[in-house]
Unconditional design. Structure first.
Length: 164
């Protein structure tokens, strides 16, 4: 998707299996995604997300599909800027680091998100997010979290700003 593009009110029921990066149920790269749903199972390497793989702003979206990847793997986003009011029901599995029920890594804001599914990974595994460089507000995790190394958290692992 080009910089600044918008996707709204879409549903994807397609399973995607890729040997590359930027694999998303709705969009692979960038833009704004509003009120979309993914039911497909996704497999990729880095930046794999149920709704948006990389970049972008995601609002009011839901993922039901199983998400698998190596690094930056999340139920809603792989490595995105902002996620607001989203829900994940799909199992998320990462084989290296940065796996989260909502997002693998987020660079700006995460607000009012809920994860209901099991999250597993190797290192930096969180029920909501694996890594975050901004603000996390009003998020809930109901899913079990499993990791093989030391950085595992019920909500998140690394937070450089604040949690509210």
């Amino acid at each position: 998707m080009p910089e600044g593009g918008t996707v709204e009110n879409c549903i994807s029921r397609v399973n995607i299996q890729s040997t590359g990066d930027n694999v998303g149920g709705i969009t692979g790269y960038n833009g704004t995604v509003n009120n979309c749903q993914n039911y497909g199972n996704l497999v990729g390497i880095e930046k794999v997300g149920g709704v948006c793989a990389s970049g972008g702003f995601v609002t009011s979206c839901i993922n039901y599909g199983e998400i698998k990847g190596s690094k930056d793997v999340g139920g809603i986003g792989g490595f995105v800027h902002s996620i607001i009011n989203c829900k994940n029901y799909g199992i998320v599995s990462g084989t290296t680091n940065y796996a989260g029920g909502i997002v693998g890594r987020c660079t700006y804001r995460l607000n009012q998100c809920i994860n209901y599914a099991k999250i597993s990974g190797n290192d930096q595994v969180g029920g909501i997010e694996g890594d975050h460089w901004g603000r996390t507000l009003n998020c809930i995790n109901y899913g079990n979290v499993e990791g093989n190394l030391e950085s595992v958290g019920g909500i998140l692992v690394v937070e450089l700003q604040r949690i509210y």
